[in-house]
Design a protein around this ligand. Structure first.
Ligand SMILES: Nc1ncnc2c1ncn2[C@@H]1O[C@H](COP(=O)(O)OP(=O)(O)OP(=O)(O)O)[C@@H](O)[C@H]1O
Length: 284
């Protein structure tokens, strides 16, 4: 190797979990879960309803207790971080957000940046509103917006928390695109991808397998609180795996764009081996 070339070093992890387990209401919800998230990675967290995705995100957000030495953020045990310090580096979008008071779009986004100069705050809010296509709702009360519009406002609030702040950055997003139309899903995931390109680490819980396939570097598939598959979209989105985990019958096609697409097969195929209820139905 020429002298002037040094081997690429793997980036130090932003988030590491070591065999974490979470019990709620006396039931194990997450078990023996270990993974690493590095700067620049967008990891999609997949799994059926009730698999434990939100529980894991809430634990990583500090809302559910896990042994603090089992989760490391930027090389330090999570328990060694002061809450106020970590809030500048880690932002979390929960699955559901209940607004306590009627507030405008601007006011909600400003909640992500409470201790900023007014001038800077308005500049950041303006930039985020433009990026997430919500500028025309700037002075509307958020409860009067549509579901997808509100979801974009909440994402803007979360992004405001880390916007232009020093690295490292971790975003934990629990279904940030579930209410969005297809064009806005693309817009939002392109924005997330740009953040990843700037070194942000993202863990994004999502149900849309094809969005995950298109945008995520890595997929982590949970079933009953355990990781049952992890890897590139091509490694995880495999018909046998999806049948075992979701009970979904599908085929998977490699697109010329470079990622696999999951195509659920018609119910008649799904039921092909079941007693002939569908086959005996009239076809005309
Ligand atoms: N406080 C609680 N007490 C008991 N069980 C709970 C509690 N909170 C969540 N659970 C259970 O934990 C399991 C995982 O829930 P979680 O919300 O993490 O799933 P999820 O993968 O995010 O699902 P979804 O895709 O529906 O959002 C579910 O079976 C849920 O009923």
């Amino acid at each position: 190797m020429p002298d002037n070339l040094t081997p690429l070093q793997p980036q130090p992890a932003i988030l590491e979990t070591h065999s974490i387990a979470i019990c709620l209401g006396g039931h194990p919800i997450v078990e023996d879960l270990s993974f690493t998230l590095r700067p620049g990675e967008l990891v999609a967290l997949l799994g059926p309803n009730g698999a434990g995705k939100s529980t894991l995100i809430r634990a990583l957000a500090g809302e559910i207790d896990v042994p603090p030495d089992r989760v490391r953020f930027a090389g330090r045990a999570m328990g060694d971080w002061r809450r106020a310090d970590i809030a500048r580096h880690r932002a979390v979008m929960p699955q559901k957000v209940d607004l306590q008071f009627p507030m405008t779009t601007r006011e909600v986004i400003a909640l992500g940046r409470p201790r900023e100069s007014a001038e800077n705050r308005q500049r950041i809010i303006g930039e985020l509103m433009a990026r997430l296509d919500i500028a025309r709702f700037a002075d509307r009360l958020v409860p009067t917006l549509s579901g997808g519009e509100q979801q974009r406002v909440q994402l803007a609030r979360v992004l405001a928390q880390i916007w232009e702040r020093p690295a490292p950055h971790l975003l934990l997003l629990d279904e940030c695109s579930s209410a969005l139309d297809p064009a806005h899903q693309q817009l939002i995931f392109r924005e997330l991808k740009q953040l990843a390109a700037r070194g942000v680490a993202l863990l994004v819980a999502v149900h849309d397998l094809n969005l995950a396939s298109q945008f995520a570097d890595r997929l982590m598939l949970l079933q009953s609180g355990r990781v049952v598959a992890e890897g590139t979209p091509g490694e995880v989105l495999v018909p046998d795996t999806l049948r075992d985990v979701y009970g979904l019958t599908c085929r998977v096609e490699a697109l010329p764009e470079g990622y696999p697409m999951v195509i659920p097969t018609p119910e008649s195929e799904f039921r092909a081996n079941a007693p002939g209820r569908l086959r005996s139905m009239p076809t005309g």
